[in-house]
Design a protein around this ligand. Structure first.
Ligand code: MLC
Ligand code: AMP
Length: 498
């Protein structure tokens, strides 16, 4: 028997040799073509109702002209940080069309997190939907021109530049393996290649409708959910945040066919008495964190269909996916997507990848770029194994990272924030397994006494709420090796604080 490779993802009737992941040139050009071809088709639903292709095109053209009129030039970085609305979608597309490099930024970030991104990315514009975040950005750099997602500048008749596939399109901030967040620069070609691979592999067509409750400032909601919808000429119902009943209602009211979520969302959907309302969907996709095999099985019992798990990263967009037509295996992330090559290197084996979707490096970080690649392959920091059937299983991570509810938390950042508390002498932060969150941020504190609530409040002053420790253990000392490095696998539970 031959081991399945990326061809397993190609639908019957399509010759794998003809697959062109650069098809469409760039996403903004491809999207505009879709709206021109189907001007009356609904594209985005938000609180205001449905907006059609022709209407989106008119809004994007207007917003692009206003950005250009205010002085935006190709290559400018623009921070985009807002709740999911039509205005946000239009602003994002307009930035790309104007040649800007979008810096999607988590709307929960506080002052220090924003300051770091502003000082590093040096944006000329910021599009935010809240005064406090606007003030933090202004405090970090007075020169940044700040506007709301409706982009309240004067229109102009300036024409947008011609976009080239190799131009930078997006900078996604991520800590990669360690350290302060670095900006992963993705080109138009990177984003397009990943979306084209997904359209084929997930059979995504214009008749699909996605319930999109993932935030639009990370790869999952933005680079997969939104970009894929627009490229397929499909439609999406935007929800501001995740609430199971709102998901069920959106599915029924709008005849949705697709749902994408992180495992925490599936965990909560599976607990609802309404879980059988998911059965009308054509496809459910999970990613951003491991979906436990038991949850995969539970979803199958409840809905009669198997959630399709896939694996990706900010630096690479989507890499590996379970197949649409062949076996969707619980506990495995599947088979490399079209165009993606995967190799395993070292002991324990690290997943390394290359392909047209993989970024070329971090923004202004030659030091980090030297370590990020090996012989042209990107080192993911994930540990994995391939079975005889060609399915990849992720077995852990070599990078210091906690994934809680699909959000990445860097222990070092939380340790630094906790250490500034008066009664903390020393601290180590690690993830503890959790059915709901995947991993829970847990602090092991020397010193004290200090309660969970006190530490949460303290950390919350500096960092986004999802980075706050959910558990705190008071310990006498931290286990260290001869070099003084904390041995996280030896952290003992110590006294559990209320
Ligand atoms: C919210 N809270 C979290 C949290 N999300 N705590 C830990 N981890 C999280 N992920 C906090 C809230 O601030 C609140 O604190 C408390 O937990 C309970 O809130 P909730 O109402 O239950 O949470 P909710 O708002 O429902 O959020 C849960 C969630 C959300 C799962 C919907 O975390 C989410 O949208 N996750 C998706 C993340 C994502 O898009 N990842 C993609 C990254 S891209 P308090 O103290 O106020 O009670 C990527 C690449 C790839 O990884 O492959 O996709
Ligand atoms: P981010 O930096 O937010 O893009 O997160 C990327 C990381 O999320 C990857 O390196 C993996 O560790 C993890 N990840 C994404 N999808 C999956 C998945 N399906 N299973 C396990 N881990 C995943």
């Amino acid at each position: 028997m031959s081991v399945p490779d990326w061809r397993v993802h190609i639908p019957d009737g399509v010759d794998p040799e003809t697959v062109d992941l650069g098809r469409g040139g760039t996403l903004p050009v491809l999207w505009a073509r879709r709206w021109a071809a189907a001007p009356y088709a609904p594209v985005i639903h938000d609180r205001r109702g449905w907006t059609t292709g022709a209407e989106v095109e008119a809004l994007v053209a207007g917003a692009t002209s206003r950005l250009l009129g205010r002085g935006l030039v190709a290559g400018d970085r623009v921070i985009v940080s807002a709740a999911s609305t039509l205005d946000l979608v239009v602003a994002h597309i307009a930035c790309l069309r104007a040649g800007a490099v979008v810096v999607p930024t988590n709307a929960a970030y506080g002052r220090g997190e924003l300051e770091h991104i502003v000082l590093d990315a040096k944006p000329t514009f910021a599009i935010v939907d809240d005064d406090q975040r606007a003030a933090h950005i202004a405090a970090a750099d007075r020169a940044v021109i700040i506007t709301s997602p409706s982009i309240d500048f004067e229109p102009s008749d300036l024409a947008p530049p011609t976009l080239r596939a190799g131009d930078p399109a997006l900078i996604g901030y991520t800590s990669g393996t360690t350290g302060r967040p670095k900006g992963a620069v993705l080109s138009h070609a990177n984003l397009l290649a990943s979306v084209n691979a997904l359209l084929l592999s997930w059979r995504w067509t214009a008749s699909d409708r996605l319930v999109l409750c993932l935030p639009l400032f990370h790869m999952h909601g933005l680079g997969v959910g939104l970009h894929g919808t627009l490229a397929a000429g499909a439609s999406a119902v935007l929800l501001q945040g995740f609430e199971p009943n709102a998901v069920f209602e959106a599915i029924t009211e709008h005849n949705a066919t697709l749902f994408f979520g992180v495992p925490t969302m599936y965990h909560r959907l599976a607990q609802s008495a309404r879980a059988d309302e998911l059965t009308t969907l054509r496809l459910m996709v999970s990613g951003s964190a491991p979906m436990p095999a038991a949850l995969h099985e539970r979803m199958f019992q409840l809905t009669g269909s198997k959630v399709l798990e896939r694996y990706g990263m900010t630096e690479t967009a989507m890499l590996v996916s379970n197949p649409y037509d062949a076996e969707r295996r619980g506990g495995s992330v599947g088979i490399p997507l079209p165009g993606v090559e995967v190799r395993l290197v070292g002991e324990p084996p690290e997943v390394q990848v290359r392909g047209p979707n993989v970024f070329r490096g971090y923004w202004n970080r030659d030091d980090a770029n030297a370590d990020a690649f090996e012989e042209g392959w990107f080192r993911t920091g994930d540990l994995g194994s391939l079975d005889a059937d060609g399915y990849l299983t992720l077995d852990g991570r070599s990078k210091e990272l906690i994934i809680s509810g699909g959000f990445n938390v860097y222990p070092r950042e939380v340790e630094d924030a906790i250490r500034t508390h008066d009664r903390v002498d020393d601290v180590a932060v690690a993830g503890t397994p959790s059915d709901e969150w995947g991993e829970e941020v847990t602090a092991y504190v020397v010193g004290g006494p200090v309660t969970v609530e006190e530490l949460k409040a303290h950390v919350g002053k500096a960092l986004a709420p999802y980075k706050r420790p959910r558990r705190v253990h008071l310990v006498d000392e931290l286990p260290r090796n001869a070099l003084g490095k904390v041995q996280k696998h030896r952290l003992s539970e110590g006294e559990v604080l209320p």
